[in-house]
Design a protein around this ligand. Structure first.
Ligand code: NDP
Length: 252
């Protein structure tokens, strides 16, 4: 955790943006892009060494990334993550719920602990983020929640049953939030196709891992997803971009 807790109010045109899972892949690209644009980025993940390197790189190009240790499966951790931003900057403008894992496997492999971990990170982590951010957004009368879902939120293939289940849930929860929210609170779901990252490294089932190597050959760079996040954030406050799907052009 950073030690400097002094309030450091960000100018109104510069947003205070929290990104979960910012230590690699898509979350890292989002943090880099938003810091480049001059936003104050609070970057959360468990690998704090990676976050510190990210903050140092951003600082060298004049950007501000604030690393915070975060395990999204721990509700108290998620609360502290959001509180850190509020204490430091006086407000929280955007929460990007990006942290996720994808240990794909067939159901009959019975990798039940991996199912549990996907449910904990991809669903509970998202809900804890919403629970931590919503009261702040209500109190300040504005806010924006961005969920990084997946094309797995729109289709199921063999080995993706549980992962897709968590992403369908992420889609449904975010859509429900959108319908329930006051117009001052914007809600966006971004569903990436195959993107270069460490996501497939957690696959332990050999068949699923091999299938992924071919499937992921058409991957695009995470910067493409960061651009979609920027597009949603940059709209006027009365425009709510509800959903964006970004696939590699070669992916069908
Ligand atoms: P990466 O594996 O590169 O990044 C995942 C990030 O999630 C890491 O920063 C990791 O940080 C973080 N994370 C995992 N578990 C936790 C936890 N318990 N608490 C906090 N952070 C955690 O994969 P991607 O960048 O690809 O994945 C980002 C999101 O994009 C995920 O939600 C994924 O489902 C989604 N997505 C990705 C696609 C792709 O092809 N890459 C396609 C569709 C969707 P750390 O380990 O340091 O905690």
């Amino acid at each position: 955790m950073p030690t400097n807790q002094s309030a450091e109010h960000a100018p109104a045109d510069r947003k205070v943006v929290l990104v979960t899972g910012a230590s690699s892949g898509i979350g890292e690209a989002i943090a880099v892009r938003l810091a480049d644009q001059g936003h104050q980025v609070v970057a959360g993940a468990r690998r704090t060494g990676r976050l510190r390197e990210l903050a140092e790189r951003a600082a060298r190009s004049g950007g501000s990334v604030h690393p915070v240790r975060l395990d999204v499966t721990d509700r108290a951790d998620v609360d502290s993550f959001v509180r850190f931003a509020k204490d430091r900057f006086g407000r929280v403008d955007v929460l990007v719920n990006n942290a996720g894992i994808m240990p794909l496997s067939r159901l009959d492999s019975l990798l039940v602990e991996e199912w549990d971990r996907m449910i904990d990170v991809n669903i509970r982590g998202l809900l804890y983020g919403i629970a931590a951010a919503l009261p702040r957004f209500a109190a300040q009368g504005s806010g924006h929640i961005v969920t990084i879902a997946s094309i797995g939120a729109h289709q199921v293939v063999p080995t993706s049953a549980v992962y897709s289940g968590t992403k369908y849930a992420a889609w449904a929860i975010t859509e429900g939030l959108r319908q329930e929210s006051d117009p001052a609170i914007r809600v966006t779901t971004i569903s990436p196709g195959v993107v270069t990252s460490e996501l497939a490294d957690s696959i332990t089932e050999q068949g699923a891992a091999e299938a992924m190597r071919t499937y992921r050959a058409s991957a695009i760079e995470p910067r493409a997803i960061a651009e979609a996040v920027c597009y949603a954030l940059d709209q006027p406050s009365d425009v709510d971009v509800n959903e964006i799907v970004v696939r590699p052009a070669r992916q069908r």
